[in-house]
Design a protein around this ligand. Structure first.
Ligand SMILES: [Ca+2]
Length: 177
């Protein structure tokens, strides 16, 4: 009985911490979440990423298939690991005063409104909507970034630095998908 109460207390403590700090996904859980959200095949990422960059630089119009070649599940895992380390409440203030928000680290200059950064608010949300554990609007915005905007996944500098052109299979190694 005492043990049960202790366990309940512990559960409550964990819950309170989750509310206060958001939720941090385990790597494979995130990979499964990406799969379940239908984010595979949306937008584009991976080996064609370099191809896309090259084409953009030379001004050649990208072929119709360049987006579908990109976007692999591994990329989403790589990107999010480096952007937010899988935390739904990740937050960063940049030197220019703008903020990066949530698990996808949406910047307040382009993707959301934090109330003080001049913004184009391309996803039409307050930045606080990207700070909670409900990722519905976050996923919607991420899909929008990679499908509606020319730079696609290159909008994330973490992707450019850590994922683009790299072998990303380690990011989903050992995951049951
Ligand atoms: Ca959210």
């Amino acid at each position: 009985m005492v043990m049960k109460m202790k366990m309940q207390g512990l559960g409550l403590l964990v819950l309170l911490c989750a509310v206060a700090q958001g939720y941090v996904y385990e790597r494979c859980d995130w990979a499964r979440f990406v799969r379940d959200q239908g984010m595979d095949g949306v937008g584009g990422v991976s080996l064609a990423g370099c191809e896309y960059q090259t084409r953009t630089k030379t001004g050649t119009k990208a072929g119709p298939d360049y987006r579908t070649k990109l976007n692999k599940r591994e990329t989403r895992v790589c990107l999010i690991q480096h952007a937010s380390n899988f935390s739904t409440s990740a937050f960063r203030t940049r030197r220019d005063g703008s903020t990066d928000n949530g698990i996808f680290m949406f910047n307040s200059r382009h993707w959301c409104n934090d109330g003080h950064t001049p913004t184009t608010n391309n996803c039409g949300n307050s930045c606080s909507a990207f700070q909670n554990v409900d990722l519905t609007s976050d996923v919607e915005c991420a899909k929008s970034v990679v499908t509606r905007f020319p730079k696609g996944v290159s909008n994330w500098k973490e992707w450019r630095c850590y994922c683009e052109g790299k072998d990303l299979t380690k990011y989903t190694d050992g995951c049951t998908l």
